[in-house]
Design a binder for this molecule. Structure first.
Ligand SMILES: Cc1cc2nc3c(=O)[nH]c(=O)nc-3n(C[C@H](O)[C@H](O)[C@H](O)COP(=O)(O)O)c2cc1C
Length: 209
């Protein structure tokens, strides 16, 4: 049957939104689904493991309008150590901003990777507001889209899907500001501090991911 290998390319994999999205996908995919996160140490073993699958789903976040660097490194390893049989590659990408279109550049990067390396593309789901949506009343939108993604892969009727919160940009920006200001407060960081570059130093010196 069409068992699928799900690869989570988020650098904060154990606590990532991508993991939550992958879990929803697994609930709705009607065949066996195996979940792995991409870590700096497991690139080669994942490249070998891909050999056992005809379907692979990349689940990852948008970072700086592109792919997280660790995931990019993994793709470089996959380029150097390709599987004997190439699986179909599907994508579930999420980004923090409201507009799912923000993900398009990263999708094009994977499409280029697939073209150059002889992989066929399956389905694609681009989610906007991906940091927030699962903890809002709009969770059902993400869940519905992920269910459609799972069904399309399982049935072989591949498609491109999109989803986000049905809010205006102004409302989304206001809600995001309230959320991040409260979030900062929990860690003793003020809004003013978050608006400076100093925040990066604090973040990294505390080892926050
Ligand atoms: C370093 C970094 C860069 C990001 N860059 C973008 C971006 O360019 N556009 C965007 O919409 N969201 C961006 N985000 C937000 C993430 O895509 C979003 O929070 C996502 O839900 C994280 O998923 P994860 O928990 O699976 O890593 C960025 C987040 C981080 C930490």
């Amino acid at each position: 049957m069409e068992k699928i290998l799900i690869l989570n390319g988020s650098p904060r994999a154990p606590k990532s939104n991508s993991k939550r999205y992958a879990e929803i996908f697994m609930k709705h995919y009607p065949h066996e689904a195996v979940y792995r996160s991409v870590t700096p140490r497991n690139h080669l073993s994942l490249c070998k493991e891909i050999d056992d699958y005809t379907q692979v789903l990349f689940v990852f976040p948008l970072y700086a309008d592109a792919l997280p660097s660790g995931f990019l490194q993994f793709l470089k390893t996959l380029e150097a150590y390709p599987p004997a049989r190439k699986p179909l590659i599907s994508i579930l990408i999420n980004c923090g901003f409201l507009e799912h279109e923000q993900n398009e550049m990263a999708i094009r990067m994977i499409q280029l990777f697939c073209r150059r390396n002889g992989y066929s593309m399956g389905s694609i789901l681009m989610l906007g507001s991906g940091e927030a949506i699962l903890d809002t009343p709009f969770k059902y939108i993400a869940t519905r889209k992920i269910r459609q993604l799972a069904q399309s892969i399982a049935s072989g009727h591949y498609r491109t899907l999109t989803g986000t919160m049905p809010l205006s940009k102004t409302l989304f920006r206001m809600a995001a500001e309230i959320y991040w200001t409260r979030y900062g407060k929990r860690f003793g960081t003020s809004k003013r501090q978050m608006q400076t570059m100093e925040i990066e130093k604090t973040r990294f010196s505390q080892g926050v991911q």
